[in-house]
Unconditional design. Structure first.
Ligand SMILES: O=C(O)CCC(=O)C(=O)O
Length: 246
């Protein structure tokens, strides 16, 4: 389902923008639901905020927070990109909302969990990959994700905080776009200099042999599991559990 050009772009640059992939009505519903969840977690005193002045917020475990998220994470084009990078049996590592409120600073470049914990040289093949869902237009001003093209080939080094990399580019696009990022590509959210929140989803995937960032099978309710499609069950890790033979 990825074209040869799309695969080539991922191989060469380490990221791929799927522009206007999600219909507008679905995007707006995902945005409304995401902000409602973020607000509810704040009100309940259970919010997961980060960056200076709690100017960014995550909402974790989206699979358990509405059918719209269960459906979204099974988008065939996103899954095709993940299958290309991580194998057809890849699983979900985590699925979160990421809100950058006005004034959120640049988060800095990084590679994704758990790559920075690995000895070097890191493997030249992909182990984890992210899909950044633009629920707003992502612009130079509101914190569009930055990437360093080709940096997934730098197997020995990590981005240094405080260093300005001249080859860093912000990936802008209309709401409804999805940015696929090889987890080894140097990337991060940038500063939100507008008066509006920048809302995104992060559908983060890993090879099936890896431990996901979240223990889905403990976190997701029986109700969600009972209605899960075979694809969702595979993404939640049901097909890649450790052997229980005695
Ligand atoms: O929200 C973004 O623009 C990117 C977030 C990110 O880089 C991450 O969580 O790994």
């Amino acid at each position: 389902m990825l074209t040869a050009i799309e695969k080539g772009h991922l191989d060469q640059h380490g990221f791929l923008l799927l522009e206007s992939l999600i219909p507008l009505d679905t995007t707006l519903e995902l945005r409304e639901r995401s902000l409602a969840l973020a607000e509810a977690e704040k009100k309940a005193g259970e919010s997961h905020t980060y960056l200076a002045n709690a100017s960014a917020q995550r909402v974790w475990n989206l699979i358990d927070k509405g059918e719209i998220f269960e459906e979204a994470i099974q988008h065939p084009k996103v899954l095709a990109a993940m299958a290309y990078l991580l194998g057809a049996d890849c699983t979900l590592s985590s699925f979160t909302v990421n809100v950058l409120y006005p004034g959120a600073p640049d988060a800095g470049l990084h590679i994704d969990y758990p790559l920075s914990a690995l000895p070097t040289p890191r493997p030249s093949f992909s182990l984890v990959a992210n899909s950044v869902w633009f629920l707003d237009d992502f612009t130079l001003e509101n914190g569009a994700t930055s990437c360093v093209p080709g940096s997934h080939h730098r197997l020995e080094t990590l981005p240094q905080s405080g260093v300005e990399y001249t080859d860093e580019v912000q990936i802008c696009g209309p709401r409804g776009s999805v940015l696929i990022v090889n987890g080894a590509t140097w990337h991060g959210s940038s500063e939100n200099r507008t008066n509006e929140p920048r809302v995104g989803l992060l559908g983060f995937f890993c090879r099936s042999i890896l431990k996901p960032q979240q223990a889905h099978l403990k976190l997701v309710s029986d109700e969600v599991l009972s209605r899960a499609t075979p694809t969702l069950k595979r993404l939640l890790g049901l097909d890649s559990q450790p052997n229980m033979n005695t």
